[in-house]
Design a binder for this molecule. Structure first.
Ligand code: HGY
Ligand code: MN
Ligand code: MN
Length: 406
């Protein structure tokens, strides 16, 4: 049975991780930064060496086509994203892109041409850390989110996506045709504890939880820390602290719902000034949609009630959400069959993490392949996956592609 070259895949993951690696062992390659540009250029150089046809689209997505026998047949798509969180891991996203590249090289060196084109893609800004929301490249390509709206997104320094795409030379001219696809696969680390805990090599997610992202602004009154009596203060920080606690506690009431407050900014952010304003984010997700709706509803009303009691104002912007994704059963079965052929352990599960497959599966039959995250760690320098599992995942991806291609 055809097998990928595990050492070559490992070397490429390491070479890519060096772009943005810092002393802590974390990788910082935020979307559209110089490091992301360097990663994109390295990826394109490898793909061009394999003779792939490269297309950069207007939101900077990179599509590399490995031509099949019948160029008119509906192609197969695989890939992921190569941008990272600040001080993130070296497998999140990059594994899926580099496994796609490795599969092309394996097919090529074995003189194997698929019946149809194989397209390996690198999606722009999946992480949504520098520019929010995430999954920007796949969302715009799928037609689900307006490109001009995404162009106008700015980072904390006020730089827009469009100007950063132009600056790094990835503001493509023409769309990559959203023609019909035969199948789309994404290999990704699980980013949770299940596979590692159960010592299973491959996860076959049935779908992706429904994500809801908020920006919240709490406005009180800036005042002197020393001469302002406690009674009558309009302390935005105190209001925020109650909101934060209530949000987390509400999510804890429901098994399959999670809530995270990942970003906070206070104004004027000075030791001896009562904060007059606090801006923060909320990320709520859940596999059970009713429970997730209930948590969102309870949290939104709690924010308003707490603001009132603290004599502050609150503005709630629920700026991103998508329905729960369910993957294609035939493709999931092909992945399961491949695991059996390769005698690799597997289990069905769901994805707690967002992925570009949220949008890709709106355009094409889609499915994902997970490999374990040691200790369930991700979005951190501790993110780690055994290379033998990376190779197993790439082999399952290869054989799933071969199965559905014919
Ligand atoms: O947020 C997410 O789930 C993804 O890893 N960016
Ligand atoms: Mn990812
Ligand atoms: Mn991520």
């Amino acid at each position: 049975m055809l097998q990928i070259n595990a050492k070559r895949l490992q070397d490429r993951i390491e070479a890519m991780a060096a772009l943005g690696m810092d002393q802590s062992g974390g990788v910082s390659r935020l979307a559209l930064t110089d490091m992301d540009k360097a990663g994109r250029e390295l990826l394109i150089s490898w793909l061009e060496e394999l003779g792939c046809l490269i297309h950069i689209d207007p939101i900077g997505n990179i599509f590399a086509t490995y031509p099949g026998q019948d160029r008119e047949a509906k192609p197969i798509l695989t890939g992921s994203h190569n941008d990272t969180q600040p001080d993130g891991g070296k497998f999140d996203g990059s594994l899926g892109v580099l496994a796609g590249l490795e599969i092309i090289e394996t097919l090529k060196e074995n003189g194997y041409t698929l019946s149809r084109d194989l397209i390996v893609v690198n999606w722009t800004n999946e992480e949504g850390s520098r520019f929010s929301p995430g999954c920007t490249g796949s969302a715009v390509w799928s037609g689900k989110i307006d490109r001009e709206k995404m162009y106008a997104l700015t980072d904390r320094d006020g730089k827009s996506m469009k100007q950063e795409l132009a600056r790094i030379g990835f503001l493509g001219e023409s769309d990559f045709p959203r023609k019909t696809f035969h199948a789309a696969f994404e290999l990704h680390i699980e980013q949770g504890p299940v596979l590692d805990h159960e010592k299973i090599t491959i996860g076959i997610p049935e779908g992706i939880v429904s994500p809801r992202w908020y920006r919240v602004k709490v406005t009180g009154e800036t005042n002197h820390a020393g001469s302002t009596p406690m009674k009558g203060r309009q302390d935005a920080m105190y209001a925020f602290s109650l909101m934060c606690a209530k949000t987390i506690e509400t999510a804890k009431e429901f098994e399959t719902v999670v809530a995270t407050i990942g970003h906070v900014e206070t104004t004027p952010n000075s030791l001896n000034v009562i904060p007059g304003q606090v801006d923060f984010t909320i990320d709520i997700r859940g596999w059970d949609v009713d429970n997730t709706d209930t948590v969102c509803h309870k949290v939104e009303s709690a924010l308003k009630k707490i603001a009132e009691e603290a004599d502050c104002l609150v503005e709630i912007d629920r700026f991103w959400e998508e329905p729960r994704v369910t993957f294609d059963t035939e493709l999931m079965d092909a992945i399961e069959e491949s695991c059996k052929d390769l005698e690799i352990s597997y289990k069905r599960m769901y994805s707690g993490a967002n992925h570009d497959m949220i949008y890709v599966s709106m355009i094409a039959p889609g499915a994902m392949i997970f490999v374990p995250s040691i200790g369930g760690k991700s979005h951190s320098p501790l993110e780690d996956t055994p290379y033998k599992d990376c190779a197993a995942g790439a082999n399952v991806l290869l054989h799933s592609i071969l199965k559905v291609s014919n």
